[in-house]
Design a protein around this ligand. Structure first.
Ligand SMILES: NC(=O)c1ccc[n+]([C@@H]2O[C@H](COP(=O)([O-])OP(=O)(O)OC[C@H]3O[C@@H](n4cnc5c(N)ncnc54)[C@H](O)[C@@H]3O)[C@@H](O)[C@H]2O)c1
Ligand SMILES: [Zn+2]
Length: 688
């Protein structure tokens, strides 16, 4: 081999390695961390490049190690250590996919060619395709024994997945017991409905937490975490589309297998269209480009499956996917437009978010003029400059994103985006909080912060003051009658100004003032939440209020003490400590205290915590409860200083068992743990 070839060889090797590690990096972010940073389309492009590479230089794949480990040969992520691992009895495969209709036609041709021997040459009537929705969630396998749900396992790497049974039980549409005592394995997709996704992201934004990139990552992140009450709270759902070894139930086609699982009351999308004519099938693909936008769940494409099981064996499998199916992925709707400017938005906690101001453009049926750029890291990573032509993408309900810059269009006149020095609203100097990437406005009187804080303060889960909309707040900030959240309690002195506001009659002014007064009786935990301490959502506010009893006590806790509270992590502990020890915040708190808001937990409640038999005991509820929702019972126990465990172990003191309690009850009995009915629990622990 001459020198030139050798050099070229190493160059190819290097390129190949680099591409592989880039894909592996994104795989980890996507599958294991549920936090992708590139779009699926960008990812699929990289994957396509790697496949081409391996096709053009097959010697790259010949090395034994490469063959096994290349991302082109592997499925999904790795099963997390957090859950017990389960080996799938039948591997959970992926699907080969394409964005290209002509490759869908190639699939049809290939199928026909392979099965030619099976069916009469001039008569492919036997060949039926089923077109169905490709749900964008995470795949799950549900195992039933004698009609009882016994195990739910994620796909993992296709061979070994994670046991997430306990979390799955919180999804109400998944039957826990079938109407017939059959044993079967059925597969489908866990999804987060779009409406819930929007609600959760709004809440996360309000709480200063990172928002989920899309419903798939939110669903996957939710199932793969340990607190199952969160699963119930977020409202995950599940649609099934595959019965494993359906032939064993005397079923001959995919469509019949769907009918069979539907009859067992499994939820399906209901979209399983049968075609013998491929042109008709393509027409339907066209139709679904738009029709999918009416669904309350994300679909990232359509799946085309051969209907007749008798052909599956002949068609066979690759290491990653069956040859009897293919996924057609919807192209994300993208357009090119110009980045006119970057403005800066001030959030409730003062965080500055750069926003792309775009030349107005039509995208997925709506006019897009702005897109979030998230933060400066993102701007630098994508190398975005003002004046650039950029590609903007919008997937279903998701907020428009700047995908990338069209570098070929650069003229050299583009302008670097620099971090602002002053707050765009109040002009005070901005700075980075220690250890955080976010740039912040620290002025407690910044009108934009105050406006957002008030919106949060009055929201339903906080002080629940209805009638105080943004318009009124803005107006009063402008009149300098509102400077901080405290001033809303003086609005009663400005009846005339209020009545003069657009659409505000005497009656609505009365209502508003009554609502404001009524908020003075809201619980300490609600007040604590309403203060808007970063990372302190409803749950943490409740926990902190119950644990520390009053605001002074909470303020005086060291970070270590806060961390000692089960459920409070580092980020929260630091935020609470910093927030309460800030002079300006503390002034607002004392003012609110003087006005009469509740900064002490209800005394009668506190006494109960001090000497009630629940305190420090470990509980768990299982089975179908009659009087309480699972979450309510958990709340009662936590509010009385007890602990709520997630599984039966010898640490458990009491298991509250409802109807049809299954394996947990068995285990508890084996371990000699006391089992209570709901009534026992009430008598022994509540009626004292
Ligand atoms: N953005 C990123 O960084 C990143 C990283 C890794 C993967 N990804 C995305 O994930 C894809 C690869 O993931 P994958 O291997 O899970 O493949 P996939 O999600 O493209 O397709 C296979 C999966 O589709 C699901 N599915 C949904 N509806 C179905 C139906 N009706 N019938 C059968 N299956 C159905 C199943 O869960 C199956 O496992 C990539 O193409 C890319 O889009 C993105
Ligand atoms: Zn400001």
């Amino acid at each position: 081999m001459n020198l030139f070839n050798q050099e070229k060889n190493t160059e190819i090797q290097e390129k190949y390695k680099k591409l592989r590690s880039e894909i592996e990096y994104h795989n980890n972010l996507y599958y294991n961390e549920d936090k992708p940073i590139i779009s699926d389309i960008e990812y699929d492009k990289l994957m396509r490049e790697l496949k081409d590479f391996e096709k053009n230089y097959p010697e790259l794949l010949e090395e034994k190690d490469n063959e096994k480990n290349s991302p082109t040969q592997k499925i999904g992520g790795t099963a997390s250590e957090k859950f017990s691992k389960v080996r799938h009895r039948t591997p959970m495969l992926s699907l080969s996919n394409t964005y290209n209709i002509s490759e869908i036609e190639d699939f049809d041709k290939r199928v026909k060619k392979i099965i030619m021997s099976e069916i009469d040459e001039n008569n492919d009537e036997n060949l039926e395709y089923i077109l169905e929705l490709k749900l964008d969630g995470l795949s799950i396998s549900l195992i039933y024994e004698n009609g009882e749900l016994v195990q739910a396992v994620t796909r993992g790497d296709g061979q070994v997945g994670e046991d997430v049974t306990e979390n799955i039980r919180e999804i109400s549409s998944i039957p826990k017991k079938l109407k017939e005592p059959v044993s079967l394995e059925v597969r489908g997709e866990i999804i987060l409905p779009i409406s819930n996704f929007n609600r959760i992201n709004q809440e996360r934004e309000d709480d200063g937490e990172d928002v989920f990139a899309n419903p798939r990552n939110a669903a996957s992140g939710t199932i793969r975490q340990l607190d199952k009450t969160i699963v119930a709270e977020r409202g995950l759902d599940c649609y099934l589309y595959y019965l494993v070894n359906a032939e064993n139930y005397g079923i001959n086609t995919h469509l019949e297998s769907i009918e069979y699982i539907k009859n067992l009351e499994f939820q399906t999308t209901g979209v399983f269209e049968k075609y013998t004519d491929f042109t008709e099938l393509e027409k339907s693909i066209d139709k679904w480009h738009d029709k999918r936008k009416t669904l309350n769940y994300e679909t990232d494409g359509l799946v085309i499956k051969v209907n007749n099981f008798s052909l599956y064996e002949t068609l066979g499998y690759t290491t990653k996917s069956p040859r009897w199916a293919i996924a057609y992925k919807f192209p994300a709707e993208q357009v090119k437009t110009k980045l006119l400017d970057v403005t800066f938005q001030v959030g409730r906690t003062g965080v500055i978010t750069p926003v792309a101001e775009l030349e107005a453009v039509n995208l997925s049926g709506s006019v897009v003029k702005r897109a979030s750029l998230h933060n400066f890291d993102e701007i630098h990573r994508k190398n975005i400059k003002i004046g650039d032509n950029v590609i903007v993408e919008k997937a279903a309900e998701i907020i428009p994103q700047v995908v990338n810059v069209v570098f070929e269009d650069r003229t050299g006149n583009e302008i670097e985006i620099t971090e602002p020095i002053n707050c765009p609203v109040c002009n005070s100097e901005l700075s980075h909080e220690e250890g955080l990437v976010a740039l912040k406005c620290h002025n407690p009187l910044c009108p934009e912060k105050v406006k957002r804080q008030i919106a949060y303060f009055v929201s339903r889960d906080a002080m629940n003051i209805s009638g105080l909309g943004d318009k009124i707040v803005e107006k009063f900030i402008e009149l300098e009658k509102i400077k901080t959240v405290v001033d809303i309690y003086s609005l009663k002195n400005y009846r005339e100004e209020l009545e003069n506001l657009e659409k505000m009659g005497k009656k609505s002014v009365d209502n508003l003032i009554n609502n404001i007064e009524a908020s003075k009786t809201r619980d300490f935990s609600k007040v604590l939440y309403a203060l808007g301490i970063p990372f302190v959502g409803k749950f943490n506010a409740n926990l902190l209020a119950k644990t520390f009893g009053n605001i002074e006590n909470l303020k005086n806790q060291s970070i270590e003490n806060l961390l000692a509270v089960k459920g409070i992590g580092e980020k929260v502990a630091v935020a609470v400590n910093t927030f309460l020890n800030d002079e300006n915040n503390w002034k607002i708190i004392t003012d609110l205290q003087n006005i009469g808001l509740q900064f002490v937990i209800d005394e009668t409640n506190l006494e109960k915590i001090a000497d009630n038999p629940i305190k420090d005991k470990n509980f768990l509820a299982t089975g179908k409860l009659q009087k309480y929702k699972r979450n309510d019972i958990k709340d009662i126990i936590l509010s009385k200083g007890g602990n709520y465990l997630s599984a039966v172990s010898k640490n458990l003191d009491f298991l509250i068992a409802g109807e049809k309690a299954g394996s947990k009850l068995e285990k508890a009995e084996k371990l000699g743990i006391r089992v209570l009915t709901e009534e026992d629990f009430e008598k022994e622990f509540l009626e004292i």
